[in-house]
Design a binder for this molecule. Sequence first.
Ligand SMILES: *Cc1c(COP(=O)(O)O)cnc(C)c1O
Ligand SMILES: *[C@@H]1O[C@H](CO)[C@@H](O)[C@H](O)[C@H]1NC(C)=O
Ligand SMILES: *[C@@H]1O[C@H](CO)[C@@H](O)[C@H](O)[C@H]1NC(C)=O
Length: 416
Amino acid sequence: IWCAVNWRLNLTGSRAYAAAAQAVLSVLESELDAIRTAGTWKGERVITSQQGPRISVDGSRGDILNFCANNYLGLSNHPEVVKAGIDALKKYGAGLSSVRFICGTQSIHKNLEEKLARFHEREDCILYASCFDANAGLFEVLLGPDDAVLSDELNHASIIDGIRLCRAKRFRYKHMDLNDLEEKLKESRSSRMRLVVTDGVFSMDGDVAPLQGICDLAEQYGALVFIDECHATGFLGPRGRGTDELLGVMDRVHIVNSTLGKALGGAAGGYTVGPKALIELLRQRSRPYLFSNSLPPPVVGCATRAVELLLASNEIAQSMAAKTMRFRNNMTQAGFTISGTAHPICPVMLGDARLASLMADDMLKLGVYVIGFSYPVVPKGKARIRVQISAAHTDEDIDRAVDAFIQTGRKHGVIS
Ligand SMILES: *Cc1c(COP(=O)(O)O)cnc(C)c1O
Ligand SMILES: *[C@@H]1O[C@H](CO)[C@@H](O)[C@H](O)[C@H]1NC(C)=O
Ligand SMILES: *[C@@H]1O[C@H](CO)[C@@H](O)[C@H](O)[C@H]1NC(C)=O
C-alpha cells in the first residue's frame, strides 16, 4: 500500500520503482474487483445525526426509522448516559496517553470493572478497548499446546481469530449440537485443560446457545465454559444479566466476554469477567490489554452510567422485550417467518439474496432502515432482513415498520 501511495504521489523518479509500485496497485485493484464481482462489497451509509431510533441518512432529515443498530436498550443517546460522558470528559480529560499498567488506570476504570463484575455476579473484571480485543487476549493466555478449545462452528469472527492466536488443539462442533460437542469432548480427553466456547446469542439468527446442556457436558467431562455475551448483556434474563441468567446457569459458566459497544451505551470497549486468578493473569499477560491504550474517560463515563441504570432497574429491558413481541407477533400474523424466539434480533427470513436486498431498498424508500444479509454472512438460500428492536422505539415505530414490511412483502410476493 505504501508503494502504491508513493507511486500515486509520484515521489520517486525511478522507472523500475514505478513499475513495482504499479504491480502492487494492480494486485489491490484486482482484489477489489473480486469483492465487487462476488457481490460482497460492504458499502457504508453515512448517518448525519446521533445514533437512535430515528436518524438522518444521506441527507434525509431525521425521519428514517432505524432498525439495524445493536442499540437494544436505546442507551446510545440516552440523556443521562451522554451527560455522564461529558462529566467524565471534563473531570478526567480526553484520554490517558498510556496503557493501563504504566499510567493509564484511573479510579473510573476500577469503578467500572467493579460494577461489571457485580452485574455479572463474577469475582473480577478486566476492561479492553473492544470485545474483539477481549476475545483476542483470552485464549492465548489461558490455553497452551496441551490444552483444547471446543467451539461452535458459527462463533463470532473475534472468537475465531482469538482461537487462531492460541496454540491449543482446536475442535469445532456443529452449531448448537450437543451430541457433536460430546463427541469432541471424548476426542479431546487427553488434553490438560479444555474450554468450551460459544456465543450466548448468535447475531445472525438471534438463537440462544443451549447453555444448560453445554454446562452438563462440561461438568461431566471436566471442561470450562466460556460465553461471548455481546448480544445478550443488559437485556436477556429476568434482570438483564444475560444468557446465563436466562437459562439459570450463572454459577456454572466460568468466563464471560462482552461489549460496551452494543446495549451498554454503544460507545466502545469490551471486557472479560470471571475468576479473580484468571483476570489477574490476563492483566499480566493479555497482549491487547498490555499494548493498547486505556479506554478514554468519556467512554468509561457513558458505560458506567449505562450499567448503573441497569443495576437499578430492568424497566428498560422489559420495555424492549414488549416491543420485540409486538413486532414478532404482528409480523408472524402478517405471514412472515421470523427466526429465533423472543430475542430483539428478528431475522425476517426471505431465502433469496436478491429479494432480501431489493426489499431492504424498498423499505428505506418507505423510511425504514433495515439491512439484508446473504451468503457468505449467512448460509446460501437463507438470506434475510435482520431487524433489531430497541427500547427506544415507540409502539408506533414498531407498527410503522410492520406496515412497511407488509407493503413491500406484498409487492414482492412474499406474503399475500
Ligand atoms: C460485536 C461483537 C463482538 C465485538 O465487540 P466489539 O466490542 O465491538 O469489538 C464480539 N463478539 C460478538 C459475538 C459480537 O457480536
Ligand atoms: C474473551 O476475552 C479475552 C480477553 O478479555 C480474550 O482473551 C478471549 O479470547 C475472549 N474469549 C473469547 C472466547 O472470545
Ligand atoms: C400489533 O400488535 C398490537 C398488540 O400486540 C396491536 O395492538 C396492534 O394493533 C398491532 N399492530 C398491527 C399493525 O397489526
